[in-house]
Design a protein around this ligand. Structure first.
Ligand SMILES: Nc1ncnc2c1ncn2[C@@H]1O[C@H](COP(=O)(O)OP(=O)(O)OP(=O)(O)O)[C@@H](O)[C@H]1O
Ligand SMILES: [Mg+2]
Length: 150
């Protein structure tokens, strides 16, 4: 699935669509968000978390590594691995304990082994004034999600 996102509003709408496409029970889902600096990873994650019912701020997890949200839809863990170097460091942030919710991960390439246990790769790239998003299923269930056309 590949789509042009002409502006920030389109990225936000896509974050909502992502939540709609996923099952109601988000437990155990792992979503990897890749893209260069400023590509819109945090914009997308913020829209996803707000669509799931969070009404407050969505601070960047760059320093805390994980920002947890307990929502009606279940737990969402917003993870940023920018400052992490390698799988070994994942245990410091309690990665394995985050499997009761949905992990949405910025800079997953910092821990390359994550791709094996993830469901979706969501890649944002610059295209003119806007962005392109490309989604690839990494697991069976990720592969079988039904995306609408637009
Ligand atoms: N589809 C889009 N078209 C144009 N601008 C966009 C689009 N989506 C988001 N933006 C803008 O791009 C900027 C990038 O923001 P964001 O913080 O989400 O990027 P990021 O990928 O998380 O960056 P970083 O790697 O530094 O954390 C914001 O100013 C946002 O408004
Ligand atoms: Mg960011």
């Amino acid at each position: 699935m590949k789509r042009f996102l002409p502006d920030e509003a389109a990225t936000i709408a896509f974050g909502r669509e992502l939540l709609d496409v996923l099952p109601n029970d988000l437990a155990g889902w792992t979503l990897l968000l890749t893209g260069d600096l400023g590509a819109g990873k945090s914009t997308l994650a913020r829209a996803f978390i707000k669509a799931a019912g969070h009404t407050g701020a969505v601070p960047s997890p760059t320093y805390t590594l994980v920002e947890p949200y307990t929502l009606a839809a279940g737990n969402i863990y917003h993870v940023d691995l920018y400052r992490v170097s390698g799988e070994d460091e994942l245990r410091y942030l309690g990665w394995n304990e985050l499997d009761d919710g949905c992990r949405i991960v910025e800079w997953p390439d910092r821990a390359p082994g994550l791709a094996k246990q993830a469901d979706l790769s969501i890649m944002l790239s610059y295209e003119g004034e806007g962005r392109t998003v490309e989604v690839i299923g990494l697991s069976d269930r990720g592969h079988h999600l039904q995306w609408g056309h637009s």
